[in-house]
Design a protein around this ligand. Structure first.
Ligand code: FES
Length: 112
């Protein structure tokens, strides 16, 4: 079973889109048509990356953590600058079906 997160078009081509998946706060990105999801938890000090729910700082196509400025690549979640340099956002498996983004369940296998 898959949990629906949002429509692909809700994810800005630059920046990120915040969603809740049960108890988890996630952020979704769309880079070159590929949707990716990460936990909305900064590896530096565990804070949310957005400065207000769903509002992300974006600089030169990268997401900047609102707390202390760690800067993340939107494609792979790698921190490229700031206090978390070298760390990564924790990825979350998602699948796109008919323009909708779904969370892959832990027991799910394979995607179409
Ligand atoms: S919590 Fe994100 S840079 Fe410190």
């Amino acid at each position: 079973m898959k949990l629906r997160l949002c429509r692909v078009t809700e994810i800005p081509p630059e920046g990120a889109h915040a969603v809740e998946a049960g108890d988890e706060d996630l952020l979704l990105t769309r880079v070159d048509g590929v949707v990716r999801a990460f936990h909305n938890v900064c590896p530096h000090a565990g804070r949310r990356l957005d400065w207000s729910p769903g509002r992300f700082l974006v600089e030169e196509g990268r997401i900047v953590c609102a707390a202390h400025g760690a800067t993340f690549d939107r494609a792979d979640g790698r921190c490229v600058a700031g206090p978390a340099r070298g760390a990564r956002l924790a990825p979350v498996a998602v699948v796109v079906v008919d323009g909708e983004v779904f969370l892959e369940s832990a027991s799910g296998s394979g995607s179409r």
